[in-house]
Design a binder for this molecule. Structure first.
Ligand code: MLT
Length: 238
């Protein structure tokens, strides 16, 4: 496979089919995990520890960690706060280590840990991450967190935006149909990204739970230059 090749994985359920220890994995979970992680670091968080199960999250809390945790969008009863990017305010996270557990995002971050690098992608850190990826001269695998192993529109469209920039400005090449499909979806959605996202299932889920105040924010380009990266199982910034 060419050095600067690009692939997209639509769901954690097929990650093994794409997994490559030589690749840089970009995890995307627009609504809301990777948007929240970028916001937390932009607001001064020092470390974020991805935690898999609810039991492990409870144990981290019992050990005294500040805990952000949700399932199906709802904050876990024993957590300090949930997964809205607006929860990760400077007052709450500046200078802190946050234990973090979500329905989809944290699971795929941990699943990809054997890759050459795991970095966190969103619209919020889009350009800084693209510029860094282009400089790495290494295969990139963009992984969509999806929803409970299902395809998600919002993650795939964002992956398409990254693919377009990496191919047009970074000399990446691809023989991956998931990349082609993502580029087409991004081409459709870019004319009115916010309007197109109205179709997304996660958009409806968050509305139905009264958690959709962050949709516009999570679809804003280049709010921060932070590039969260996984080092020894812990997220810090490059
Ligand atoms: C996740 O990681 O599962 C999602 O971001 C879920 C959410 O934030 O509602």
């Amino acid at each position: 496979m060419a050095k600067k090749s690009l692939e997209i994985c639509f769901s954690p359920a097929v990650f093994e089919a794409h997994a490559d220890k030589e690749a840089i994995v970009v995890v995307i979970d627009v609504l809301r995990a990777t948007s929240s992680i970028c916001t937390a670091f932009a607001n001064g968080a020092v470390e974020i520890i991805p935690v898999g199960s609810v039991e492990d999250a409870r144990e981290m809390k019992s050990k005294g960690y500040l805990l952000a945790a949700e399932r199906d969008g709802f904050v876990l009863g024993f957590a300090d706060f949930g997964n809205s990017p607006f929860n990760f305010s400077p007052e709450k996270v500046r200078g802190k280590t946050v234990a973090y557990s979500t329905t989809n995002g944290t699971g795929i971050i941990k699943m990809a840990a054997e890759s050459h690098d795991v970095v966190i992608g969103s619209y919020l850190n889009f350009s800084s991450l693209c510029n860094w990826l282009i400089k790495q001269d290494r295969k990139v695998l963009i992984v969509c967190a999806g929803w409970k192993d299902r395809f998600s529109l919002e993650d795939t469209i964002c992956a398409g935006a990254f693919a377009e920039r990496l191919i047009n400005d970074g000399g990446f090449s691809t023989i991956c149909d998931a990349v082609k499909a993502s580029l087409d979806l991004w081409g459709l959605a870019r004319k009115d990204l916010r309007g197109y996202i109205e179709k997304a299932a996660q958009r409806s889920r968050l509305r139905d739970k009264g958690l959709d105040d962050c949709i516009d924010y999570c679809h804003t380009f280049d709010v921060t230059a932070v590039i969260p990266v996984l080092r020894n199982g812990i997220l810090t910034i490059l």
